[in-house]
Design a protein around this ligand. Sequence first.
Ligand SMILES: *C/C=C(C)/C=C/C=C(C)/C=C/C1=C(C)CCCC1(C)C
Length: 238
Amino acid sequence: MNYLNLIAMAVPTDGTGFTFWLGAMAMMAASVFFFLSMNSVDAKWRTSLLVSGLITFIAAVHYMYMRDAHAAGDSTTVFRYVDWILTVPLMCVEFYLILKVAGATKSHMWKLIGFSTIMLVTGFFGESGWDGGLLNASMWGLLSGLAYFYIAYEVWLGSLKKLAEAAGGNVLKAHKTLCWFLLVGWAIYPLGYMAGTDGWYNGIENVLPSMEVIYNIGDAINKIGFGLVVYTLAVSKD
Ligand SMILES: *C/C=C(C)/C=C/C=C(C)/C=C/C1=C(C)CCCC1(C)C
């Protein structure tokens, strides 16, 4: 039986499978939208829209693989983390492009990329059960969380905040939006991690949706939602 038949059978009974299917479609549609919008905005925003489209395009491809893996009953962890290790640094590039007008430098960008890489690699070790002794899932999750907090700190209260405040106006507004995506949007992921791994937080999976569904919601908000914020910025006349 081919995957298409499997999916057709799974959709009515497998809500998680359906969110992969919906995710793939939404990411594809968003990519087309961002790419086609590039020509109708001011030149200074074109790269940002291009990056938004690349992020959702890379995700769309991985969602198709994850959809099929899930339908076949296989793990999606590797596809998930390959997707993130490509798209999260691109999101850091996006943050940098938005704050560049305020004076953000390449070194800010590399710092964000560096810490987000640490965040993802430690998360991957936790999910793949690497070590399992002292370095169990909750320990890896803690290390990953520290890297995440550092990123949030740097953008919310650190040097990037000072730059945005000095710039004022639309840049400051864009910075505020970015801050909330980082604090609320990115915080969806550790919830998914806790729902899908073992640790002091065991039992949380009883009150939360599954890890996969939580990650899919997070990706929709952060990849498509954030791209739409960039689009709104790009078409607004200042
Ligand atoms: C498009 C994909 C995005 C924006 C992915 C973001 C992922 C995270 C912010 C993941 C964070 C994690 C923690 C803070 C702790 C537990 C392990 C992770 C990797 C799920």
